[in-house]
Structures are given as structure tokens and as C-alpha cells.
Write a protein that binds this ligand. Structure first.
Ligand code: VGL
Ligand code: ZN
Length: 199
């Protein structure tokens, strides 16, 4: 039977106010996401999960500052403040998130030399997280996405979902964006063009 799943992206302390890579209003979506969780058939969470000194951290590159970018072997990479370090409080889910119903937690960004925005593939667009296979084996054909950040991990996940043949809906009211150099408009446009349903 065709099943649907809710995928909650990176609703972690470091992306909420007070965190090291805080998304404005990131914590405001928690009640909405909890409603979505309550009403979902299946719930999957993603957790940004970096080792200390991850290559996506500006602090790992002596001549770089946060929000600058640099060329990696797999392409351009934005450099971030240190965030979501494995096992840190910043990497924990927001304390108000009703996460217990989750059937799967996909961790990403754990390889030291490559970042991973998407829940499906790392930033080389080649290395899979295993999520597509998991969804297929479970008979899940459509996903709804919510979480942080709209223009990075949510958008990359939605675009990959469509490329992998899943129907994808983004609940914009239950997302918040970083908006770096117009990234929010850019990614909303890319999602619309790709056939992601934005509601
Ligand atoms: C994210 C930047 C770096 C996200 C994760 O969850 O959107 N953004 N790591
Ligand atoms: Zn990250």
C-alpha cells in the first residue's frame, strides 16, 4: 500500500535561537511540527551530526570566516560556524520537539571531509544516506517536509526526494530559512520548478 511519511529536518538546538547557527524564529515552528507529527502515519527525523573540526566549519580553515564559501573537491561549500557537534547539547533535538514517535533518525554530515544538506545524499550528490532505499522498502511514496533550514537542508532534501521519484510537499509554515545572499528565493524557485509542492 502506498504510504506517506513526515520528514522533520534538523530541528536541533544549534539551529534555534541561542544556538551557534541560529535560524531566526527556528523555535517558533516546534508546536506546528508537533501537530504534523501527531497527524502523520510515519515520522522520520534528520539530525545534523558533525565531528569536531568538520570541513564545513569555517574554524577548520585558518583564512576563512563563517558564511564565506570555498571550493571543495565536490564543489562550492558554504562555511558555517561550528554547529551540531556529535553528542553536544547543540546537536540535541529542541527540547519541545515531540520526537518519540519517530521511526527512524537519519544522521548526516558525519564524514569529516564532506557536508550533507540533503536527507538523501551528501553534498557530492552521490554518497547516499540510505533514506531512499528505506522509504522504498517501506512502500512510502510521498513525503512531507518541515524543519530547518528552508533554503538549505529542507530544500536540498525536497529536491532530492523528487529526483528519487517521491512526491514531496514542503510545509513552509513549519520551516524557517537562513537566507544567505538570496538563498531563500533561489531555493523556493528551484523547488517550484522541480515539482515540489509548497504549501
Ligand atoms: C544546515 C547549514 C549547515 C541545515 C545544516 O540544517 O539547513 N545548514 N548544516
Ligand atoms: Zn551542518
Amino acid at each position: 500500500m502506498a504510504e506517506e511519511a513526515l520528514v522533520v529536518i534538523d530541528l536541533q538546538n544549534d539551529f534555534c535561537p541561542g544556538g551557534t547557527l541560529a535560524v531566526e524564529g527556528g523555535d517558533e515552528i516546534v508546536p506546528l511540527v508537533n501537530d504534523l507529527i501527531r497527524n502523520a502515519e510515519h515520522v522520520i527525523l534528520t539530525q545534523d551530526w558533525h565531528p569536531a573540526s568538520h570541513s564545513s566549519f569555517a574554524s577548520s580553515h585558518p583564512d576563512k570566516k563563517p558564511f564565506e564559501s570555498m571550493t571543495m573537491p565536490y564543489g562550492e561549500q558554504t562555511l558555517w560556524p561550528d554547529h551540531c557537534i556529535q553528542g553536544s547539547i547543540g546537536s540535541d533535538f529542541h527540547s519541545g520537539l515531540a520526537w518519540t514517535k519517530a521511526e527512524l533518525v537519519i544522521r548526516k554530515g558525519f564524514r569529516p571531509t564532506i557536508d550533507s544538506y540533503s536527507a538523501f545524499f551528501e553534498n557530492d550528490h552521490r554518497t547516499p544516506t540510505g533514506l531512499a532505499g528505506y522509504l522504498r522498502e517501506r512502500g512510502i511514496v510521498a513525503i512531507t517536509l518541515a524543519g530547518l533550514a528552508t533554503d538549505f537542508c529542507v530544500a536540498y532534501s525536497a529536491l532530492d526526494a523528487v529526483r528519487q521519484g517521491f512526491a514531496a510537499t514542503v510545509r513552509l509554515d513549519a520551516c524557517r530559512g537562513i537566507d544567505l545572499n538570496g538563498s531563500l528565493d533561489t531555493m523556493l524557485g528551484q523547488m517550484r520548478t522541480a515539482g515540489v509542492t509548497l504549501v
